[in-house]
Design a protein. Structure first.
Length: 228
């Protein structure tokens, strides 16, 4: 670990086993840092001498505690609005989502520690710097995050193409969070089950789906319009 620095991700050679690997994984788990087991060629590609099969990448984003963000929003007298990203790996989409979220008043973006694109310089650039302004909460489980939101009286809505309810049939003026899934797999079924309601965005023509960042823009604008 780097003293005083936040770690985005740890790359561990798949040739490392036993006590050494276990200690690294345990330390990473304690600090909620994702660990990627990769071929040694990937490690060598960082061009770092004496890496011993392990490389830690410094984070560009300072992650915040979800409960602390919720408490701050409530104490500020604002109505909570959160955006959860499930399985979105394209950093261009993540950057665009962050830009829209910040513009529409989202208080924080919630991401899992695994299965999400790295919030690196490219993601920050795509977000036009929004990722440096909007709080980001990295959690070990989105389902646990939903539980925490529920405990704080925050309703969780899931964007789902096959849902019966339309986006404009819902009341977004109350404390709420929006879950967006990847374009290919959608929202994880178990996560979908713990959401309070599902909704869809009507389409004029029968097409596969909206781009996830475009869909989020439509949703968050509807939320902002209702709250204005």
């Amino acid at each position: 670990m780097i003293a005083g620095e936040q770690i985005e991700r740890i790359y561990l050679a798949n040739t490392i086993y036993g006590k050494q690997g276990d200690e690294i994984r345990k330390l990473a788990e304690d600090h909620q840092i994702p660990v990627n087991k990769v071929p040694i060629e990937k490690i060598n590609g960082f061009n770092i001498e004496n890496h011993d099969g392990c490389v830690a990448v410094k984070g560009k984003i300072k992650y915040q505690d979800l409960q602390q963000v919720i408490s701050f929003v409530v104490e500020s007298g604002e109505v909570p609005l959160f955006l959860l990203l499930d399985g979105i790996t394209d950093i261009r989409n993540i950057g665009a989502l962050a830009r829209t979220a910040y513009s529409c008043g989202v208080h924080a973006i919630i991401i899992p520690d695994k299965g999400t694109g790295a919030l690196n310089e490219d993601a920050i650039a795509t977000s036009a710097g929004a990722l440096e302004d909007i709080p980001v909460c990295r959690v070990t489980s989105l389902m646990k995050a939903v539980d925490e939101l529920h405990l704080n009286g925050i309703k969780v809505f899931a964007s789902e193409m096959k849902a019966v309810k339309k986006i404009f049939d819902l009341d977004f003026s109350e404390p709420c969070a929006i879950v967006m899934g990847s374009e290919d797999k959608g929202i994880f079924p178990a996560l979908m089950k713990v959401c309070d309601e599902q909704f869809n965005i009507p389409m004029k023509n029968n097409f596969e789906s909206f781009n996830v960042s475009v869909a989020a823009g439509m949703i968050l604008y509807e939320v902002m319009q209702q709250r204005m």
